[in-house]
Design a protein around this ligand. Structure first.
Ligand code: MG
Length: 356
């Protein structure tokens, strides 16, 4: 089931430090995002990547349909081949493409070449795509390590691309994302310069996608910047992202301030109720017959939060043998007065044992 979520995203591309022109192209047209890395040299690679991106934009579904996205990539392939045949760009030009449709938490990916898609969830970075490259084949067959592939002379040779084979197909992937996840699409100008751990470190350090993308490109340039660098970041956010590790510091701070505010309001209300009860009690009085003594209490019977609301005042020994039936009946119950002085006057009016 798709949960409706809010997306924040960024798409950046950078020429790098060595190349004189940028053959990469990026697309951010929600829900469609893509990175393409053109091949074929000046006046060809950038044309191929641009044609691929534009064709994809025109043919891609607006829903997370992996097969339809794959068909849009095949349409892009046909357009790059046709352009070369018609003399646009150069014969043999080509491009990678890695495209994503992000609809709430439903994500589909289509990929050809060595531009990658990653899923970042909490502390984990997962490579969604598998490179179509010579060094990737050598790594998969155990003949090369990841570290060795970074300096291999054929590291830029790709085994599948748009622009050469009319029967080319795209690998497609479906991802059940969660609020708080982050999707990264990138060209090999990033992954050739930075390890997955370095990429994860920067993506975790910077929560703002634009800042994170800039930091990734800067780091790739500092590491040499030998190729064009493209980065697309799509954050999948939503209410249930709270508590999934990607909750922002500002959100946590706001929650704390709100909680403290509510506690203060509750404390003020409780204090006001206690003060009102205390003032009311101080204005009242009652008389109780305790044995043969009539005792005046200021306040009202009972307690509030464990605190008594009555205070013993004067008492008097009463000669109950001479009480009128009405006085006797009244004293058998607690007698209440609107003020302390009235209660005292009543007790003083009763016959006492010391009276003559
Ligand atoms: Mg490249």
């Amino acid at each position: 089931m798709t949960r409706r979520t809010r997306q924040t995203w960024v798409a950046l591309t950078d020429v790098g430090r060595v190349r004189s022109h940028n053959e990469d192209a990026v697309l951010a047209n929600p829900p469609l995002f893509a990175v393409a890395d053109g091949l074929g040299g000046h006046e060809a690679g950038e044309i191929a990547s641009q044609i691929a991106i534009e064709t994809l934009r025109d043919h891609a579904p607006r829903k997370p349909d992996a097969n339809a996205l794959g068909r849009a990539v095949r349409a892009a392939n046909r357009e790059v081949i046709r352009a070369a045949q018609e003399g646009v760009g150069r014969s043999g030009m080509g491009t990678t493409i890695t495209a994503a449709i992000v609809d709430g938490t439903d994500v589909v990916i289509a990929q050809v070449g060595d531009s990658r898609a990653y899923l970042i969830r909490g502390d984990t970075l997962t490579r969604i795509t598998e490179d179509h490259s010579m060094v990737a084949d050598l790594i998969r067959s155990g003949q090369l390590t990841e570290a060795e592939s970074r300096v291999h002379p054929n590291r830029s040779v790709i085994t599948r691309a748009l622009g050469t084979d009319p029967n080319m197909y795209a690998d497609t992937f479906e991802v059940d994302a969660e609020p708080g996840d982050r999707i990264l699409l990138c060209s090999d100008g990033l992954t050739g310069m930075l390890t997955d751990d370095a990429i994860l470190d920067l993506l975790q350090r910077y929560r703002d996608p634009a800042v994170a993308a800039r930091a990734l490109i800067d780091a790739a340039n500092e590491a040499g910047g030998v190729d064009n660098i493209s980065v697309v970041i799509v954050d999948i956010e939503g209410p249930s992202a709270r508590g999934k590790g990607f909750r922002s510091r500002e959100m946590r701070l706001r929650s704390w301030i709100a909680a403290i505010g509510w506690l203060l309001v509750a404390a003020l209300i409780a204090g006001a109720i206690a003060a009102a009860a205390w003032f009311y009690a101080r204005s009242r009085a009652f008389v109780v017959l305790e044995g043969s003594r009539a005792v005046v209490y200021q306040g009202v019977p009972g307690e509030l939060a464990g605190i008594s609301l009555s205070w013993r005042d004067i008492s008097s020994e009463v000669d109950t043998t001479v009480l009128t039936p009405a006085q006797q009946a009244a004293l058998n119950e607690d007698l209440f007065f609107d003020d302390l002085e009235s209660a005292r006057r009543y007790v003083r009016s009763l016959p006492t044992t010391s009276a003559p």
